[in-house]
Design a protein around this ligand. Structure first.
Ligand SMILES: NC(=O)c1ccc[n+]([C@@H]2O[C@H](COP(=O)([O-])OP(=O)(O)OC[C@H]3O[C@@H](n4cnc5c(N)ncnc54)[C@H](O)[C@@H]3O)[C@@H](O)[C@H]2O)c1
Length: 246
């Protein structure tokens, strides 16, 4: 069997880089998808992953038509698209009273719309081949809500609705669809938060530490394994015990 091909959106970001490396180490051909205007970060990413079977493709995943071109291009170049990790995400935090329509739309388009855009185009090939693994990177904020994050929490909760619905639609075709809800992970996204907020949050985490990108990458490797064929429509919380539910 030829190598499975994995696409990781937001692939050059904090979690994305760790996910790309872990999937490559698990024997996948990996395509990291990210915005094309991140020249310095893209160059650093290429350097960091040198020697791994990891490629880079520029695309705005909030753009439906661009996602179609991206999927067709990857299938033409690499033969298949077997594993899709919808990881691209942004925050535009503000209390609802001060949030403008642009902040709402941007966060919904990138964090939730992108998963629809990619899945809509990638599913056809997965169904035809009878195999697929989709992982949507959600957030603990989508499970609990978060002050100043109505847009982000709505998008992340929406991702799990998409996960469960899609999982039902494609389970009989050999495709699994799951979400991962990270807690607070050390990446550029959380580095932008005020230090006192971070230390208050860390004190409230039962594990008493922030997560590392590898904590999430290991969960992605598990859910995208060929053998994980009976786990679908699930949400895997990776949060150090910050929020527990069943
Ligand atoms: N870091 C955390 O604590 C944490 C917690 C819960 C969930 N998450 C989620 O994990 C994912 C990764 O977060 P991160 O911490 O690595 O953030 P990050 O900012 O380091 O990475 C996000 C990446 O997405 C890319 N991106 C943004 N808009 C895009 C677009 N339109 N098209 C293509 N790429 C785009 C960015 O360029 C960036 O490389 C996000 O979905 C985030 O919401 C992160």
């Amino acid at each position: 069997m030829s190598k499975r091909v994995a696409v990781v959106t937001g692939g050059i970001g904090g979690l994305g880089t760790a996910i790309c490396k872990a999937l490559a180490q698990a024997g996948r051909t990996v395509v990291a998808v990210d915005l094309g205007d991140r020249a310095e970060r893209t160059a650093a990413f290429r350097q960091e992953v040198e020697g791994h079977d990891i490629h880079f493709a520029a695309a705005d995943v909030a753009d439906h038509a661009a996602c179609g071109e991206l999927v067709r291009g990857i299938e033409a170049r690499h033969g298949t698209l077997d594993i899709l990790v919808n990881n691209a995400g942004i925050t535009r935090d503000s209390t609802l009273r001060k949030m403008d329509r642009g902040q709402w739309d941007e966060v919904l388009d990138v964090n939730l719309g992108s998963a629809f855009n990619l899945c809509a185009h990638a599913l056809e090939g997965m169904q035809a081949r009878g195999f697929g693994r989709v992982v949507n990177i959600s957030s603990v904020s989508g499970q609990t809500g978060n002050f100043g994050q109505a847009n982000y929490a709505a998008a992340k909760a929406g991702l799990h609705g998409l996960t469960m619905s899609m999982a039902r639609e494609v389970a009989a075709k050999g495709i699994t669809v799951n979400s991962i809800s990270p807690g607070y992970i050390e990446t550029p996204m959380t580095a932008a938060m005020p230090a006192e907020v971070l230390s208050r949050i860390t004190a409230s985490i039962p594990a008493r530490r922030m997560g590392q990108p590898d904590d999430i990458a290991r969960a992605v490797v598990f859910l995208t394994d060929d053998a994980a064929s009976y786990v679908t429509g699930a949400n895997l919380a990776v949060n150090g015990g910050l929020f527990m539910s069943f």
